[in-house]
Write a protein that binds this ligand. Structure first.
Ligand code: URA
Length: 281
């Protein structure tokens, strides 16, 4: 429990380090949305790449005047060689999931595909016993085409890891497969347009248990309007199969609920699918 809490307190600095690209040192404000950091970095990178003069000017600080010219040359070379990170969205290897993925790639059933950078189809083990369903991709997920790679995902995966479950063993998807602009809530029209793909995904994977995170996915799957705090923590039946509704890790990160509740539900879910685990202190 301590490590998880420490992780939340650290505000996920590590994640920022791994997802911020290129000229990270020029960008100290890690609270900035990743997409805008990348944009700024991209611009910085282009500036640097297009003008060696800029680099020379940039390194001409009073301190640099004391350096040898070879130190300067090395610094210039290093700046020019900084690689841009390119994310390659995961493509399913399972033939049925691949077919569904290709259908999703060309889907125009709502307008989110116009504003999103990438399809976030979902990824993981096509034979998973456990399938996690979130709400919708955020900025990090949109950039990488992969669900739950941002702060919320780190918390979720850290919790699963604590009880011996690796990300690769499970399957992770969302109610929506494209990011809503500015992370706004999914519209009911978008949910209606996108969830047939989710149903198909669940039919193909046939997990023993779904973990639904937060109100949107829990209420959709369980066909209820009751809030997550009232329905969480108990494995229950749905037309999609057995479900453990629980709190969204983003709500934990916001400080709305203690992480202990999410951890307790994760452990109950793992026990349900046959893992020999018990809640740790
Ligand atoms: N929140 C979600 O609901 N889904 C993601 O993929 C990431 C954050």
């Amino acid at each position: 429990m301590d490590n998880i809490k420490k992780l939340i307190q650290q505000q996920f600095t590590d994640e920022h380090v791994s997802s911020i690209n290129t000229t990270q040192d020029n960008n100290q404000n890690t609270d900035q949305p990743v997409s805008s950091i990348n944009k700024d970095n991209k611009e910085n990178h282009q500036d640097l790449a297009s003008s060696e003069k800029n680099i020379e000017e940039e390194v001409k600080t009073p301190m640099d005047n004391q350096k040898t010219s070879s130190t300067k040359d090395t610094k210039v070379k290093e700046k020019m060689q900084e690689p841009a990170l390119i994310f390659i969205p995961p493509v399913p290897t399972d033939p049925q999931l691949l077919e569904l993925y290709n259908t999703c790639l060309t889907c125009k059933a709502c307008e989110l595909c116009d504003s999103a950078l990438n399809l976030v189809f979902g990824d993981g083990n096509p034979n998973a016993q456990l399938m996690v369903i979130g709400e919708a991709p955020g900025a990090d997920e949109d950039e990488q085409g992969r669900p739950f790679v941002g702060r919320a995902g780190q918390l979720l995966i850290k919790l699963l890891n604590k009880y011996g479950v690796q990300r690769e063993e499970i399957f992770i998807a969302n109610i929506l497969k494209h990011r809503p602009p500015n992370n706004r809530n999914p519209l009911s029209s978008e949910i209606s347009a996108c969830t047939p793909f989710l149903r198909k995904q669940i039919e193909i994977i046939q997990p023993k248990l779904l973990i639904t995170l937060g109100n949107f996915s829990s209420q959709y799957i369980l066909e209820t309007k009751t809030g997550i705090t009232k329905i969480r923590g108990v494995v229950q039946e749905s037309s999609y199969g057995m479900v453990m509704p629980t709190l969204h890790p983003s709500a934990i990160i916001r400080g709305a609920y203690p992480v202990d509740l999410l951890e307790k539900d994760v452990v109950t879910a793992l026990q349900y699918i046959g893992y020999d685990v018990k809640l740790e202190d």
